[in-house]
Ligand binder design. Structure first.
Ligand code: ATP
Ligand code: MG
Length: 554
């Protein structure tokens, strides 16, 4: 068995431990069953880490299965993106990729078996009538007039459905269970419906498609799944899951166990809502770095390890709750703090001229890539007469709290020298165009010989050797913690969620940054090279400190 040290414990793993201990199962077999109707989001990551994590820790198996019974809403591009995201998160599915549509023949056979047993019938009630017959939570339903059609006739009608002899919506196949059940899902649920739709896997072979509840349990059983883990909204559906498997000739009967879904503050998770954001152009596609999708988080600079760590920290329970965004950000901040190389970038530059530094001279300073991880090596930083610093790091006058550059005072340039601001030049509007400084050549390194106490340290780049890049700064996508609860969630979008800085000045080493490589831009935050744009574009991943706490108070 794999190492047990860092294993999470939760109620599902307790069930599995017991099932293995008492011999109900010899090994585990889980599955992750996305519907290919959108990109995966951080909520799916919770399910992925749970299902694949169990397979890893118990040396069991985990399938990737596309639950593809809704051809109109599905797309082969979603199928591809889902595979890519699961792999990127660091998980491998066992065997071939599975599709519910692989089982359409078998599912059809089990539907016929139910009809033969008098447990399913073709029903011609219109949707409105069916709703009326269904009853309510407080009142029982009524039997459909088609409920007692003979087995022979039902077999013939179902065959006609299959052959395309009925119109879409004209009839459905329903399981014959109990119209008075306190579980609405057991009031003769639909198990097959007519759809003249092209399917991304089966083409035009079928014009009848099985419903989710009928498909899912049978797919699980056909794959020999031991524990079928799903989110809480399927709690009632478990009765139907068990009813179907109890009434068809399939030996395997997986155990469905529900856990609470992940809800994250200041974002939405439903694929329908995410799709609206994409289609209505509120964001730049499913992989927009502001999206809570795996592809968006990846583009934003999240690492697979940080997402897995997040899923570990939130745990698995049956309690519905809302997780703070700060929790997700803490995971990537911890990761990048340890693993991201440092670099310098100036996003709102003001020019510095070091008057006592030789014209045209380039001094290659050496800076460590990480303050404590020596193994991360060093890089060269060209120091020249003209530099850029952040505009906000200079004041003509300031009190002692301002530990940056002030006219007539000194500051240390990170990884370089101490400079003193001597005089400024302004344009007609009074904007500072240049700060003329002097530098002290004896102050290079961490312990300057002069022993002078210079508290402030600011970042800088060479004005002649820097590279220009576009930097995209992000704020929360929504202005309210629970946009899904708003009447119109689109109205709660934050109009300032993206700020584009067209020409930030970056130290030259960043010109070679690999895509998706994260950096700490010193004093600014964590950034990563965009994985889509051709040019030099960096996305802000997260700030250096938790900024969400502030929002809560505001
Ligand atoms: P959505 O409501 O976002 O469209 P879904 O449940 O319809 O999601 P599926 O593709 O059917 O999406 O989900 C695949 C698996 O991921 C299911 O087992 C589902 O329970 C799980 N899952 C989906 N959303 C979450 C979530 N927010 N937290 C945990 N698991 C989730
Ligand atoms: Mg679904």
């Amino acid at each position: 068995m794999a190492e047990t040290e860092n294993r999470p414990t939760n109620f599902i793993r307790n069930i599995i431990d017991a099932d293995l201990a008492n011999g109900k199962h010899q090994s585990t077999h889980t599955r992750f069953p996305p519907e290919p109707n959108g990109f995966l989001h951080i909520g799916h990551a919770k399910s992925i880490c749970l299902n694949f994590g169990i397979a890893q820790d118990y040396q069991g198996l985990c399938n990737l299965r596309f639950d593809d019974t809704n051809p109109e809403k599905e797309d082969i591009n979603y199928v591809k993106s889902i595979q890519e995201d699961v792999s990127w998160l660091g998980f491998n599915w066992d065997g071939e990729i599975c599709y519910s549509s692989n089982y359409f023949d078998k599912l059809h056979g089990y539907a016929v078996e139910l009809i033969e047993k008098g447990l399913a019938y073709v029903c011609f009630l219109s949707p409105d009538e069916a709703r009326e017959y269904r009853g309510t939570l407080t009142e029982p339903g009524k039997n459909s007039p088609y409920r007692d059609t003979s087995v022979e006739e039902n077999l013939a009608l179902f065959e006609k459905m299959r052959n395309g002899e009925f119109k879409e919506g004209e009839c459905v196949l329903r399981a014959k269970i109990d119209m008075a059940s306190s579980f609405m899902v057991l009031r003769d649920p639909i198990i097959y419906r007519i759809r003249f739709a092209h399917h991304h896997q089966t083409g035009d072979k079928w014009c009848i498609y099985p419903m989710y509840d009928f498909t899912h349990c049978i797919s699980d059983a056909l794959e020999g799944i031991t524990h079928s883990l799903c989110t809480l909204e399927f709690q009632d559906n478990r009765r139907l899951y068990d009813w179907v498997l109890d009434n068809i000739s399939l030996e395997c009967h997986p155990q469905q166990i529900e856990f609470s879904r992940l809800n994250l503050e200041y974002t939405v998770m439903s694929k329908r809502k995410l799709n609206d954001l994409v289609v209505e152009n509120h964001v730049d596609g499913w992989d927009d770095p502001r999206m809570p999708t795996i592809a968006g988080l990846r583009r934003r600079g999240y690492t697979p390890a940080s997402i897995r760590e997040f899923c570990k920290r939130i745990g698995i329970t049956k309690q519905d709750n809302m997780v703070e965004m700060g929790m997700l950000e803490a995971c990537i901040r911890d990761d990048l703090n340890n693993n991201a190389p440092r670099a310098m970038a100036v996003i709102d530059p003001v020019r510095i001229v070091i008057e006592n530094f030789e014209d045209g001279k380039v001094e290659q300073l050496v800076a460590p890539n990480h303050p404590s991880e020596e193994s991360m090596g060093t890089r060269e930083l060209p120091f020249t007469k003209e530099l850029f610093i952040e505009r906000e790091d200079f004041r003509v006058e300031a009190n002692k709290k301002f530990k940056r550059l002030v006219l007539g005072k000194e500051v240390r340039l990170r990884n370089a020298y101490v400079i003193k601001a001597e005089r400024i030049e302004e344009d007609a509007e009074g904007n500072i165009t240049t700060i003329f400084c002097s530098y002290d050549p004896d102050t290079l390194g961490k312990n300057p010989a002069d022993g002078r106490k210079v508290k402030g340290v600011i970042h800088w780049v060479s004005a002649t050797h820097c590279v220009e890049a576009e930097v995209r700064q992000y704020d929360r996508l929504f202005n309210v913690p629970n946009p899904a609860a708003a009447e119109s969630f689109v109205e709660t979008l934050n109009p300032d969620s993206l700020t584009v800085i067209k020409s930030a000045k970056l130290e030259p080493s960043l010109a070679q940054a690999a895509v998706e490589q994260g950096f700490q831009f010193e004093r600014l935050g964590y950034y990563c090279r965009d994985n889509k744009e051709e040019g030099l574009v960096f996305n802000q991943t997260v700030g250096l400190r938790d900024s969400w706490a502030k929002i809560e108070q505001a």
